[in-house]
Write a protein that binds this ligand. Sequence first.
Ligand code: S3P
Length: 441
Amino acid sequence: MSGAALHWLAEPGAPLRGDVRVPGDKSISHRALLLAAIAEGTTHVRGFLEGEDTRATAAILRQLGVRIEVPAAGERVVHGVGLHGLRASERPLDCGNAGTGMRLLCGLLAGQAFASELIGDASLSRRPMQRVIAPLERMGAMIAADAGGVPPLRIAGGRALHGIDHESPVASAQVKSAVLLAGLYAQGRTRVCEAQPTRDYTESMLAAFGWPIRHRPGLAELDGGHRLHATDIVVPGDFSSAAFWLVAASIVPGSDLRIAEVGINPRRIGLLTALRAMGADIVEENLRRCGGEEVADLRVRHAPLHGIEVPAAIVPDMIDEFPALFIAAALADGPTVVRGAGELRVKESDRIAGMAAGLRRLGVCVDETDDGAIIHGLGANARLRGGDVDSLGDHRLAMAFAVAAQRADAPVRIADCANVATSFPGFVERAAGIGMGLRVG
Ligand code: S3P
């Protein structure tokens, strides 16, 4: 969505210090809009992520006839139209860079009386959609994709859906959510089993909107034919955005940072486990619940890190955090081994290849494997080289390299950073505000 190329110049700044916040959780913000749109009544969302991904979802819902007000930044008032109140859009629905938007909408639109077309930007147009198309077609949907199962997706209307038992071959909350959203419109029971549990926001939010659902880690089941009732939603800070500060403060000597009100859902905080195993000093303070989710203030202080073997079991719980982890690993003593993370190859970019290429430019030896990498850490007191790296238009790669530059011995120029606005609007200003050396340039 962010057309113009935008480059960053990152270099060592000061130790990271102070009290900061991160923008609202992306996964929860998407789901809040989608469920509020098809609920009965008015939902007030607070802490909403003002990112391009979630704004694209809001724009699509408006195209489908939902009135959404913006009383203030970070707030949305959604006037729900009920389960059957959406109406056709004559124009394609543009999800931008957002895989979550596209996959969840695909599930939601599969059971509508009207046809829809979902499109995305260049990155999204390369991402695999067969993983949602296959189970939705088993439910009775009809969805055409381009060759190779990539967008645009043309979703037929007027299909009668029926519930299925779905065992997901990939650990994916997006696939699970698409099937559950289609299940709202299906006759009978829809059941999703996961060998490796993934984030459960769709399940808990459906319950909050009053839809009867049974769920526990690895299993979710619901019946069609109920209604959603509007409810107010408070979105906690996004752990995946906090991840960059956690790594930055861990690797910059003298840092002592507190990140307020971060969601710490167990299915999201695999990076905490990994960083702590590497020797990081991170404390969860002031634990409480916020809008049904557990939140905490995260206090992080600099600590020397050492390499680890990342346990395969926590890979889905930190699937978005590998770019940040690669930087921590690059500045740790000894190698860090990542396995079982082949999904990284089909995110906004091929994150294994992209991180390996960037780190090599900065002087780190990285062995790539099909489903992971071995990062040969330079050492807890070492510094990276400066140089030019490419974010490949991937928001998380751009932020990871900006963090890496804080421990480089010369400036790092990072290409193609505009998509950071998809998940972390204001990253440059906030980074500079806590001491990081970072500017557009
Ligand atoms: C998300 C699920 C994950 C994650 C993405 C957001 C979600 O994707 O990478 O950033 O909100 O459900 P997969 O479900 O494809 O692993």
